[in-house]
Ligand binder design. Sequence first.
Ligand code: CMP
Length: 143
Amino acid sequence: MLRCMANNRTLTMIKPDAIAQGNVGPIIKKITNSGFKIVALKLTQLSPERAAEFYAVHKGKKFYEELVTFMISGPVIAAVLEKKNAVDDFRALIGTTVDAAQGTIRNLYASSVTKNAIHGSDSNENAVIESEFYFNKDEIIDY
Ligand code: CMP
């Protein structure tokens, strides 16, 4: 297991829509201005198999095929973020999947329920699993 993941790290993906629309800079600025430290970061293209693996929990749901097609439509930026209470604080910063609150990242940059600009882990356990999906131990910086 990755070090120091107890409750102070989360995994985010800036999704293909946000990258295509040129929103990476403002999104990262909002993240770092909100007190999150970037401890790992990469731009990468998901294959259909990797996208299916990441979203395996949603297989069979009616939005699953659209979700995987969208997530492989262009590169994503994956990052591990560090802050006390990272998972909950980051989910508050990005807003909910549907009807994200005013001023949240999804409220500002999502174009639909599927094309919702950004992902945040939904639990500390999934933060570890998702961080290990994208990063090796030596790719995560301990400041
Ligand atoms: P994310 O937080 O990455 O987790 C699952 C993704 O499925 C979600 O963001 C959306 O991109 C997508 N999605 C599409 N429709 C729905 C829905 N009705 N409920 C939840 N997620 C959805």
